[in-house]
Design a protein around this ligand. Structure first.
Ligand code: GAP
Length: 490
């Protein structure tokens, strides 16, 4: 599969479904738009990405600790954070198709189309006009740009648009048994607020000294109007967020440091450097004085996968005002109390999953002069692979399954393993290639005689004969977290 063709997303979606990585949610009811479920292998890969993040951010940093806060929070949280009033997208409706679109996204798509058609001047001009309209919160200007560039609704094909309006993205529900007593609560649109509300608890109980960070992995919910590009824009998704509390005046230093560290984190997984870039925000969110995205180059264009924000003291100050509780820090070094400033790193786990999965999915032509052949192989970093090794008896008889089971029972105590005895050995190797298993261990007749097995390596397809007692060590060395983590030692 070419990594540049437009069918990339289609092939990723079908591979993800065929092998149990990602399924459309509620599929037997025809699905639920922009909601997805992770299957048996997808959840393993996702867990491995979480582990990688947690180990590098929490376990390896003595001044960062992790929490797991509730999704429901006091409704005042969202008033204080600015989400009730300010968490909006500029939307426009097509009066014929009755479809609703994000105005800025329609314009971004047009820019991409101009670039594809080599109309770079038009693309640059539209980009500048779009940036200006966003910076000035000018909804009329956005509407004018849609008209000026003759953007038509992809469904009806007409240009019969409403005015551009703001639309709040938070989901709400009721908490409480009776309708009179019920209180409106929100499903959090970012996990960050759970960290801010626990700032004091954690700082005190953890005896944390500034600079220090609080990290969290958890679900977030946004009523995204345009749901598209698979798990790029979902209504229920997962974030891995760090709020790093610093002395006011030092935030830009930390902002630069975190930019560098977070890019390093992505690169360590094996993706090419040229697929990542920083994109500074023209108009940072209401809470930030500086913001940058780490963007990943998917075959359909660059998309944000992580945001790094200098959030100033906005959130703690707001919560202090709305709750009436003091959220200050006494800095013993300078003998002063202040509200800490915050640098945030916020990565979308699902987008990260897609970048890693999409890059790993490789179609290899193995044809020789005599024979046509190919394979699909998921070249994931061995630490991230859902299954670390597969145990395969060459045949289903002669005591080979028993010998293989014995090995499997030993290895599954330490590793995520698969046992497979169906189909030819070649087909089984291909199945493991397609799900990214780094090693296949084949038990054959020689194994019964001399206690050796063959180990086949996913990427090179090379096979070696090794002693049975060496297998555990070989898997351990290949999939050891240290291989990935050592880049983060000071
Ligand atoms: N706390 C800051 C915050 O939430 P954000 O830039 O809105 O910042 C951070 O979101 C990351 O969450 C994004 O970089 C993206 O990877 C992910 N994300 C945001 N909305 C998403 C959606 N609808 N579906 C999947 N991932 C999303």
């Amino acid at each position: 599969m070419s990594k540049n063709n437009e069918d990339f997303l289609k092939s990723v979606i079908s591979h993800a479904k065929e092998y149990g990585f990602v399924f459309p949610s509620s599929e037997i009811y025809d699905g639920l738009a922009a909601v997805y479920d992770y299957g048996q292998l997808g959840s393993e890969l996702k867990n491995n990405l979480k582990t990688y993040w947690w180990k590098t951010m929490v376990q390896m940093n003595e001044n960062i600790i992790g929490i797991d806060s509730a999704i429901f929070m006091h409704p005042k949280t969202w008033k204080a954070s600015g989400h009730v009033d300010g968490f909006n997208d500029p939307m426009v409706d097509n009066k014929d198709s009755k479809k609703r679109y994000r105005a800025d996204q329609l314009l971004e798509d047009k820019i991409e189309r101009y670039r594809k058609d080599k109309k770079d001047d038009r693309a640059d001009k539209l980009q500048a006009d779009l940036d200006k309209a966003i910076q000035e919160d000018d909804l009329t200007a956005l509407g004018n740009l849609i008209e000026e560039h003759q953007i038509a609704c992809p469904v009806s094909g007409t240009r019969n648009w409403t005015d551009v309006r703001q639309f709040n993205l938070m989901f709400s529900t009721q908490m409480g048994a009776t309708s009179e007593g019920a209180e409106k609560v929100y499903l959090r649109p970012e996990s960050a607020q759970g960290i801010f509300l626990n700032y004091l608890n954690v700082q005190k109980t953890g005896r944390m000294k500034i600079p220090f960070g609080i990290a969290q992995i958890g679900k977030a919910f946004r009523n995204e109007v345009i749901a598209r590009q698979f798990i790029i824009r979902m209504r229920e998704f997962e974030q891995m967020e760090l709020q790093f509390f610093v002395r006011p005046g030092t935030e830009m230093e930390w902002y630069e440091k975190w930019k560098e560290l977070r890019l390093k984190w992505h690169l360590a997984m094996g993706g090419p450097k040229e697929n990542y870039r920083f994109h500074d925000h023209v108009k940072p969110a209401h809470y930030a004085n500086a913001a940058v995205d780490i963007e990943y180059k998917f075959p359909f264009g660059y998309r944000e996968i992580e945001g790094i924000h200098s959030r100033t003291d906005f959130d703690l100050k707001q919560h202090m005002e709305f709750s009436g509780k003091k959220l200050q820090y006494f800095d013993p070094e300078i003998k002063q109390s202040y509200i800490p400033y915050v640098v945030e790193t916020s990565i979308g786990l699902d987008r990260c999953f897609l970048s890693v999965f999409g890059h790993a999915l490789t179609h290899e032509d193995l044809s020789t002069e005599d024979k046509k052949d190919s394979r699909v192989v998921l070249k994931l970093h061995p630490c991230l692979a859902p299954i670390k090794a597969a145990v395969l008896p060459l045949t289903r008889k002669d005591g080979l399954p028993e010998k293989a089971r014995e090995l499997m029972n030993k290895l599954k105590l330490d590793f995520s393993m698969q046992y497979d005895e169906r189909d030819s050995i070649g087909k089984r190797y291909r199945r493991q290639d397609a799900i990214g298993t780094p090693l296949c261990i084949t038990v054959d007749h020689q194994s019964l005689e001399d206690n050796t097995v063959t180990i086949r390596h996913r990427d090179s397809m090379e096979q070696e004969r090794v002693a049975l007692e060496e297998v555990e060590r070989i898997i351990q060395e290949k999939t050891d977290w240290k291989n990935l983590l050592k880049a983060f030692l000071d």
